[in-house]
Design a protein around this ligand. Structure first.
Ligand code: MSP
Length: 518
C-alpha cells in the first residue's frame, strides 16, 4: 500500500470554547484534504482534542464531575462542531483514549531507556493559571509578573527534563537546508532567529502526580505524569500507530500489535497550526522525533490569528464570532468562503460582519450564484433544459483557469486558488453580458450562436463545480445536481472541458445564494 497524504490540525483544548480561530484552522485543513483527494491522492486527515492538564482537572472538580466525564461531555460538543463544518477528517483523536495514552508511555519508556531524560530539582516561580515555570526574564520592568499569569507562587520540586540543548545546532542546520519545512518563509525565519539568538533550555516533561493527576503517568516513575507537549504533540504519531503505520511502530517499540489496519502515514505531509504554537511544532517536535529516530514531518504550515473588529477574540469581553450562528444564518459554504477568501494562510485576519455580508453579496450572490442561475435558467427557457451541441469558445480560457488552480492547490495556496476561481466566475459573467444570449434568443437566425453560448455557459458551470468542490462542497454538489449530474464533483480530472454531453437534460435551476439585504 502506498503512503497517504497525512494532514493534521492542532488538537484543541477540550475546555476551550470552539470559535472562529479553531473553525478557520479546521476549514483550511479540510480544504487541503479535499483538494488532495480531488487531485487523486489518498488522504488521511486528523483532528481532535487535547484533554489533560490542571485546568481540566480543576474545572471538572468545580462541576462535581470526574475529569473523564467532564471531557466526554465537552468532546461531544467538539465533535458536533467538526460535523457542523462538514470536516472530512478520517479520525478524531482524544488524548484520554487508551490508544494514545499507551503509545505516549511506550515513547517515554524508550526515550528514558536511551538516556534522553534526566531528573532535576527546580526552584523558582510558577504561574498556576498558565501552568508554567517563570524566570527572571519574565518579570516586567517594575519587577512584577504580567497579570495574565495570575497568582505566581514560589515552588521547589523535582521533575524530569528532556535534553533539548544537544540538538540546537542540528535543528538550525536542518531549517537552513530545508526551507519548505516551515511555511510561510517569515515564520521559518522567526524560528531560525529564535534558535540563533537563544540557548535552548531543556524541556520539563513532567509534573508531580501529587499536584496534577489528570495526565499520563510516566512509565518509569509513577509519582509523575507527563506534561502537555509530550502528551499533545505525540497525537500526530500515536494515531498512525493505532492504524498500523510500520515506521512509527518500529521506532516506538510499541506494544501495539495487530492493529486493525496497516495504513502508511508517517512522515506527516502537513501540520496545520496557528502562529502561537510555532515554537512547539518547529523546535520541540522535530527534536523529539529525532530523539525517537523518526523522520520529520514534511511541512509545518502556520496560519495567523483572527480578530474581530480589530480586537482580540475573547469570551470575557464578548468579542466573539460564533461560527455555528453564522452557519445557521448564512450556510456553511458562506462561512467557509469568507474565511478562505478574506485571509491568506500566514498573516492575521480581521472579521467584520459588514465585510462578511459584502463578501456574500459580491462574490456568492452576484458572482457564483448569478452565473449559475442565469446560465441554467436560460438553458431551460430557450432550449427546454437540453444541452446543445458542444462548442469550445471558452475551452482554452477555462483550461488556463483549471491549470492555474491546480498548481495553486498543490502548493496549498488556498486564497489565490479561490481568487482564480473568482476570475473564472467573472469571466463567465462577462461572457453573458457580452454575448447577450437574451438578445440572441429573440432572433431565430441566431439559433446556432445561442446554442454555442448556452453550451459554453453550462460547461463553465460544470467546470466551476469541480474547482469549487474542496472549498464549497455543498454548493459544488448543488451545481452538479442542477446540471442534472449525479454524485459529487469531487474529481479534479473532471474539470477537463467538454464532458457535458449534447442532448443531456439538466435539472432544476434554483438560487444558490439568495441575496440578502445589507
Ligand atoms: N492544545 C494546544 C495545541 C496542541 S497541538 C499538538 C492548543 N490548543 S488551542 O485550542 O488553544 O489552539 C488550537 C489551535 O487554534 C492553534 O493552532 C491556535 O493557533 C488556533 N487558534 C486559537 N485562536 C485562534 C484565533 N483567534 N485565530 C486563528 N487561530 C487560532 O494550543
Amino acid at each position: 500500500m502506498s503512503k497517504r497524504f497525512y494532514i493534521t490540525t492542532a488538537i484543541y483544548y477540550v475546555n476551550g470554547q470552539a470559535h472562529l480561530g479553531h473553525a478557520y484552522e479546521m476549514a483550511v485543513a479540510d480544504v487541503i484534504a479535499r483538494s488532495r483527494r480531488s487531485l487523486g491522492q489518498e488522504v488521511f486527515f486528523l483532528t481532535g482534542l487535547d484533554e489533560h492538564g490542571q485546568k481540566v482537572q480543576q474545572a471538572a472538580l468545580a462541576e462535581g464531575k470526574t475529569p473523564q466525564a467532564y471531557c466526554d461531555e465537552l468532546a461531544a460538543d467538539w465533535k458536533a462542531f467538526a460535523e457542523k463544518l462538514e470536516l472530512t477528517n478520517d479520525d478524531f483523536v482524544r488524548t484520554t483514549e487508551s490508544r494514545h495514552k499507551e503509545f505516549v508511555q511506550a515513547i517515554l519508556a524508550k526515550l528514558h531507556a536511551v538516556g534522553q531524560f534526566y531528573k532535576a530539582t527546580y526552584e523558582g516561580f510558577y504561574s498556576t493559571r498558565e501552568e508554567t515555570f517563570l524566570t527572571e526574564k519574565d518579570r516586567l520592568p517594575d519587577g512584577t509578573f504580567d497579570p495574565s499569569y495570575g497568582e505566581v507562587i514560589k515552588l521547589k520540586e523535582d521533575n524530569y527534563y528532556f535534553k533539548l540543548r544537544d540538538h540546537q545546532q542540528w535543528l538550525i542546520d536542518y531549517l537552513e537546508a530545508n526551507p519548505s519545512f516551515v511555511q510561510p518563509d517569515y515564520r521559518r525565519n522567526e524560528v531560525l532567529g529564535f534558535l540563533k539568538n537563544n540557548t535552548l533550555e531543556d524541556l520539563c516533561i513532567s509534573r508531580p502526580a501529587s499536584r496534577l493527576n489528570w495526565g499520563i503517568p510516566l512509565p518509569f516513575d509513577k509519582d509523575f505524569v507527563t506534561y502537555v507537549w509530550f502528551d499533545a504533540l505525540v497525537n500526530y504519531i500515536s494515531i498512525p500507530a493505532a492504524h498500523g503505520d510500520k515506521t512509527i511502530l518500529a521506532a516506538s517499540n510499541s506494544e501495539i500489535r495487530n492493529p486493525k489496519s496497516e495504513i502508511e502515514l508517517w512522515p506527516a505531509d502537513l501540520h496545520v497550526i496557528g502562529k502561537d504554537i510555532l515554537k512547539f511544532h518547529a523546535v520541540f517536535w522535530p527534536i523529539m522525533l529525532k530523539a525517537m529516530g523518526l523522520p520529520l514531518p514534511k511541512q509545518i504550515l502556520v496560519h495567523g490569528w483572527w480578530q474581530k473588529d480589530g480586537a482580540k477574540i475573547s469570551k470575557s469581553t464578548g468579542n466573539i464570532v460564533d461560527p455555528i450562528a453564522v452557519i445557521d444564518e448564512w450556510g456553511l459554504d458562506a462561512f467557509r468562503f469568507y474565511v478562505l477568501w478574506e485571509l491568506d494562510i500566514g498573516p492575521d485576519g480581521n472579521w467584520t460582519d459588514a465585510g462578511f455580508r459584502a463578501c456574500y453579496n459580491a462574490e456568492l450572490a452576484n458572482g457564483i450564484g448569478n452565473l449559475v442561475n442565469r446560465s441554467l435558467s436560460m438553458l431551460r427557457r430557450y432550449r427546454d433544459s437540453v444541452v446543445p451541441e458542444q462548442s469550445d469558445e471558452l475551452a482554452s480560457d477555462m483550461s488556463n483557469f483549471v491549470k492555474a488552480t491546480r498548481k495553486l492547490l498543490e502548493q496549498n495556496m488556498l486564497q489565490v486558488a479561490l481568487q482564480q476561481i473568482g476570475f473564472l466566475v467573472d469571466h463567465g459573467n462577462l461572457y453573458v453580458e457580452q454575448k447577450k444570449p437574451f438578445n440572441l434568443a429573440k432572433d431565430p437566425a441566431q439559433a446556432k450562436r445561442l446554442d454555442e453560448v448556452l453550451y459554453n455557459l453550462a460547461e463553465t458551470c460544470r467546470v466551476l463545480a469541480v474547482l469549487l468542490w474542496p472549498f464549497l462542497p455543498g454548493t459544488a454538489t448543488k451545481i452538479y445536481a442542477q446540471l442534472g449530474l449525479t454524485g459529487a464533483p469531487d474529481k479534479f480530472s473532471e474539470a477537463a472541458w467538454g464532458r457535458l454531453k449534447p442532448g443531456h437534460k439538466i435539472g432544476e435551476p434554483a438560487p444558490l445564494f439568495p441575496r440578502k439585504e445589507v
